[in-house]
Design a protein around this ligand. Structure first.
Ligand SMILES: [Zn+2]
Length: 1141
């Protein structure tokens, strides 16, 4: 050994001590104690020495070649300490222990996973140039690393097919996708060694419907032989930021049910290579559906690099709230920039591009690195094979096993049959060369995703290794520099809202339709449905609604990142589905309500019930229809889709200024209020009036009310005050009392009910302060602001994906004219509405008893169509001392802590909010619940801001080729909830991470699933209606009926079966917020639930617990289910296959 080398080995030895410690800790972190071979001390010593030698070898190499890597290892030692703190006895960092005093953590956390939040605290986000792998580092090897265990390469051919983006779903299918499938049959059929994976069932099912039996048999044979694998098996590859878990699960059920029915297989691996950031809610659903592995790709480049350095790119992803390993799923994170060939064979894209044979000279695509691929020949095969092997080996060193996963594909690949030929034949020549040269210690072949994972698990278990565990999420994504993809959290907000409207009507209709079929079978007594009820047509409408909602969860749909024409296509689908589902809802309600079922007849052109609003087009907001009243009572039917008794305010538009509402069953008059319908901000209609009344709606019930014109002056009318600081104001309110006209108010405007009082600015009408009955007071100032984008000629600017605000940050919204403020007061609700040039803002307080009166409703109607490169935000500035921490929900399923970090640019501190965000300190919590997805941030302590709409003139270079300029008049709706926090509250529901409070959950439920109001045209007494109340009482407060979804008949296609999927979610809730006032529902800390009790008097003929997409039954739960009992742990979603009798 040369002296110099000896010296470096000695230096290596010194570092080795430090780094060995690190390695040991790394091992501990994986939970992989060195449990190898014989137990004797000598064999243990041998083992240790062997590993020591290996590590010295490795270190020597590292030291002599790469000082930078050693430095990062030293950094990771620091990080290891953080991890150990997390994972050791003190299972949370000391800071968060302080924040949680009084809320005892549940046991079993000693093996808790590392958290992404801590990785964020640790990373410098400095983005140094890594050389060939620009965002990474130089990877070195000696060449003998694979002598013992050969490198095993799985090349996985794939084609990423967006169900709509630049083209519509149908156009992509016609132009590209169907050719891919047709060629697949031929080309995979030619050679059994060839493989392919496919993800989007929306496309697959469309093609299936067109092909003959012979082709279908070929597909089944390819699946059976393992040449073709369906990965994830969802309807689409959904967005994970804006989608609600209802829709995420529904599209997975739709895909899995289709696969099961037509192909009889069950997906086992997840594939999410293009969604712009990744959520653990999705992984929870995948695991729950029976998948055991998954691949993700779009993760912040700095996180990827860090994980590559740690060799933790493969990890067990665990739910942060889970104290067990039940939710763990094996996750592979792709290490490089993209999922295309240049960024998947290894770290050097210039080299990897030469192995994308679709880019051979003369073909349509080229290599931007200017070195084209070469066809593989006898002359060049050796040189080409070694060049490729070098990339494979470098990539392999980022992982702990010598099994290597290499995707082969890109967007809409394998369309032409020649592409199949060039890829498969050239790669086969390379693989053959490897096979002929055992000294290279490499075995490469085409594989599916499951081929890879099976081999990986085999290799890991033979070494007794467990991958490290990780909790948290992968937002907000950046692909390069400071290009954070936080723009799409808000882009096209009109359709993000429409998405939730379809979701609500789909869920409500599914449940009512399932209940209707059950009632009909019971009514008939022979298991048959009622004749004349179009069950099959309705089921097809439901299926179409499911599929259109599913399609919209695609990562270019709900994200707002598709071309304008494609947005119109999606919008039209959502709109039509809403209309179609309403037909099913009305028709089901019709039969359920009839006292004399013999009177039922279905006439689509003359429906018995009409919705109380109409939507004119896919880009229009709903408009209330006007009910004509007379002295004859008119029936109004309200459906409560919630599993809770709801005290709701129902508002309908009527044609007279005096009306009474009575409960049709008891004749009891309802508390009601007549308000003006405004033609202009200060001009009330003289023809149309709004009648609002307080309704007590039992869970899942249909309640009938009679509305009658009353004698003049008998109804409670709202009273109005106008505040206007500008010129003279013309007010026309014939039927209403007006005060304070043109007179600036000296003091703040105020609204109050029994629970809460609020104060607003007399200049703007915007909220300033809140006080609870308990005495808790919080300053909460509402502001509106504009963001612009970067102004320099060569600077990157905001677009559909990216948020790149100008240096000046947000500018306070101002207008030269002072805004008009209108205050209304009445016995049902009071509100303050302010008219600004770009938006109308309303703050409303309902006069309701109980928890329903505790939240403050905020609504905005925004129109920024006159603007250029601007984004409008609503900001709450409070005195809640939350520091830099706040919480946002992930997919409406769980809350995730966020930390606003100054080392990150402003746009990186924005996160997705699909339904909730809160700030809290020791004494209080301020929760903003939302009815739509938006971007949210807390840029300074006490602040919370949401982006309402964005109008951007330019493309942001992510392939869309357009700005976002098709803005609509857009509505957004929120509930603001201020709550006391106490340290004494008993822990309920195993809360070890932060959850919404019980009141927040209930408020969110009413916000997302408000009652549906329908009216009966003509006289009420023509037919007798009786209310429908399927449940004796509300479900427990923390149990949410996600869906009751009728399943397709096994024999007869497109026909409802007797079975339904019952989906329940037991919510986790905060243990420090005392429910005040107490909700009427109950909750318990027992995990065991009796389903017959919950749904009494409904009877289940059979209940079988199953995986979340109903593909397999849960053995463990079989015994429980026989007794109709079930285990439902906090946070868990459970699925049951039930027969409703
Ligand atoms: Zn895509």
């Amino acid at each position: 050994m040369k002296k110099g080398r000896l010296f470096s080995v000695l230096v290596g030895g010194v570092f080795c001590l430090v780094v060995l410690l690190l390695y040991h800790m790394l091992d501990l972190m994986q939970g992989a104690e060195l449990q190898r071979g014989g137990d004797g001390p000598s064999s243990q010593l041998d083992n240790d020495l062997y590993h020591l030698r290996q590590k010295i070898d490795k270190l020597e190499h590292l030291l002599s070649n790469n000082n930078r890597l050693v430095a990062t290892l030293r950094d990771s030692l620091m990080q290891q300490n953080t991890f150990n703190k997390e994972m050791g006895k003190a299972n949370v960092s000391s800071e968060s222990v302080d924040r949680m005093t009084g809320c005892r953590l549940t046991g079993g956390e000693t093996d808790g996973p590392a958290q992404m939040l801590d990785v964020y605290d640790l990373l410098p986000f400095d983005n140094p140039d890594g050389g060939a792998w620009k965002q990474g580092f130089d990877i070195q090897y000696r060449g003998n690393e694979w002598d013992q265990e050969p490198l095993e390469v799985f090349l996985v051919p794939h084609s990423h097919n967006d169900p709509g983006w630049i083209k519509t779903f149908d156009n992509y299918y016609q132009d590209q996708t169907r050719h891919i499938f047709n060629n697949m049959l031929t080309k995979l059929g030619e050679d059994r060694r060839r493989k392919m994976i496919w993800a989007e069932v929306s496309y697959f099912s469309k093609w299936w419907a067109e092909i003959d039996e012979q082709k279908r048999d070929m597909v089944k044979r390819l699946l059976a032989d393992g040449q073709l694998e369906l990965v994830t098996g969802g309807w689409v590859m959904p967005d994970e930021a804006n989608s609600h878990y209802f829709a995420l699960l529904d599209q997975l059920i739709e895909g899995h049910q289709w696969i099961h029915r037509h192909l009889g297989v069950k997906p086992s691996s997840g594939w999410a290579i293009d969604p712009f950031g990744h959520s653990p809610s999705m992984t929870y659903l995948l695991k729950g559906a029976g998948l055991s592995n998954m691949v993700i790709q779009r993760v912040h480049y700095a996180v990827k690099k860090h994980f590559a350095q740690q060799r933790t790119l493969e990890f067990l992803w665990r739910q942060s709230w889970d104290t067990s390993s039940r939710s763990d799923i094996m996750c592979h994170m792709m290490p490089f920039y993209s999922y295309d060939v240049p960024h998947t064979c290894g770290p050097n894209p210039a080299v990897c591009c030469q192995f994308d044979f679709h880019r051979l000279p003369g073909r349509r695509v080229t290599c931007p690195w200017k070195i084209p691929p070469q066809p593989i020949t006898d002359d060049n095969v050796q040189e080409r094979a070694l060049l490729l092997l070098d990339q494979y080996r470098q990539k392999s060193l980022l992982f702990r096993s010598s099994v290597l996963f290499v995707p082969l594909g890109d967007d809409f690949r394998f369309v032409e049959s020649s592409e199949w030929d060039v890829q498969f034949t050239n790669y086969q020549k390379l693989f053959d060369y490897f096979d002929q040269h055992p000294e290279l210690h490499v075995k490469a072949r085409f594989g599916t995703l499951s081929d890879y994972f099976q081999s990986l698990h085999r290799r890991l278990s033979s070494r007794g290794e467990t991958p490290p565990k990780l909790g948290g999420d992968f937002f907000t994504y950046a692909d390069r520099d400071d290009h954070y993809w936080s723009g799409y959290f808000t882009s096209r907000p009109f359709y993000k809202r429409l998405d939730r409207m379809l979701e609500a009507v789909l869920r409500g209709t599914e449940i009512l339709f399932s209940l209707t079929l059950a009632e009909m079978r019971r009514f008939r007594g022979n298991g048959q449905l009622v004749e004349g009820f179009p069950a099959k047509e309705h089921f097809q409408r439901l299926t179409e609604g499911r599929r259109n909602l599913a399609l919209f969860q695609h990562h270019d749909a709900v994200t707002g990142t598709a071309r304008e024409a494609v947005v119109v296509d999606y919008g039209t689908r959502l709109f039509h589905s809403i209309l179609n589902l309403r037909q099913v809802l009305q028709s089901s309600a019709h039969w359920l309500l009839l006292l004399d079922k013999g009177l039922y007849h279905h006439d689509q052109s003359k429906p018995f019930l009409q919705m109380d609003d109409a939507i004119a087009a896919h880009d229009a907001l709903p408009q209330k229809t006007v009910l004509t009243l007379s002295s004859e009572p008119r029936s109004v039917v309200v459906f409560n889709p919630a599993e809770q008794l709801q005290t709701s305010v129902v508002s309908i538009n009527v044609d007279c200024a005096d009306a009474v509402v009575v409960d049709a069953e008891t004749g009891r008059p309802m508390v009601a209020q007549i308000s003006a319908v405004w033609e202009k901000p200060s001009v009330a209609s003289t023809q149309v009036f709004q009648l609002s009344f307080v309704a007590e709606l039992p869970p899942l019930s249909l309640v009938v009310f009679y509305v009658t014109e009353a004698r003049p002056g008998s109804a409670h009318r709202a009273e109005y005050t106008f505040v206007h600081h500008g010129g003279p104001l013309s007010v026309q309110t014939e039927h209403f009392q007006v005060s304070g006209l043109d007179r600036p108010a000296e003091s703040a405007l105020s609204l109050s009910n029994k629970q809460v009082q609020v104060w607003s600015s007399p200049d703007t009408g915007l909220l300033q302060k809140l006080r609870l009955k308990s005495g808790l007071v919080r300053q909460v100032q509402v502001q509106f602001l504009w963001y612009g984008t970067r102004s320099g000629r060569n600077q990157d600017k905001s677009g559909a994906y990216l948020f790149l605000p100008g240096e000046e940050g947000a500018q306070l919204y101002s207008q030269s004219e002072p805004p008009l403020i209108r205050v209304s007061r009445g016995p049902v609700f009071s509100d303050i509405t302010t008219y600004f040039r770009h938006f109308t803002h309303t703050l409303r307080l309902y006069q309701l008893e109980g928890h329903a009166g505790k939240s403050l409703e905020i609504s905005n109607t925004v129109d920024i169509r006159s603007e250029v490169n601007r984004e409008l935000v609503m900001r709450l500035r409070s005195d809640v001392a939350n520091g830099n921490r706040f919480f946002t929900d992930l997919n409406g399923f769980q809350m995730q802590q966020r930390r606003t970090l100054t080392k990150l640019p402003l746009q990186a501190n924005f996160y997705p909010m699909s339904s909730a965000a809160f700030l809290q300190d020791q004494a209080s919590r301020l929760t903003l619940l939302s009815a739509q997805s938006q971007a949210v941030a807390s840029l300074r302590p006490g602040e919370l801001e949401v982006v309402l709409d964005r109008r951007l003139q330019q493309d942001d270079n992510r392939g869309l080729g357009q700005g976002v300029t098709d803005n609509k008049v857009t509505a957004s709706l929120y509930d603001l909830l201020l709550e006391d926090r106490t340290a004494e509250a008993a822990e309920v529901g195993g809360a070890s991470v932060e959850h919404l409070s019980l009141l927040a959950h209930l408020t969110s439920l009413s916000l997302s699933h408000p009652p549906f109001t329908m009216s009966v045209p003509g006289g009420a007494h023509a037919v007798t209606l009786r209310p429908f109340r399927p449940l004796r009482s509300s479900l427990p407060c923390d149990v949410h009926l996600v869906n009751l979804r009728t399943l397709e008949d096994q024999q007869e296609a497109q026909t409802p079966s007797r079975e339904a999927a019952l989906l329940l979610h037991r919510k986790g809730f905060d243990c420090r917020a005392v429910p005040d006032p107490s909700p009427v529902c109950t909750w318990s800390d027992r995990q065991e639930v009796e389903l017959d009790d919950l749904f009494s008097p409904l009877q289940f003929g059979s209940i079988r617990r199953s995986a979340l997409t109903l593909l397999q039954e849960d053995e463990e739960e079989a015994e429980f289910a026989q007794q109709h009992k079930t285990q439902l742990r906090p946070m868990e979603i459970a699925a049951y296959r039930v027969e409703l009798d």
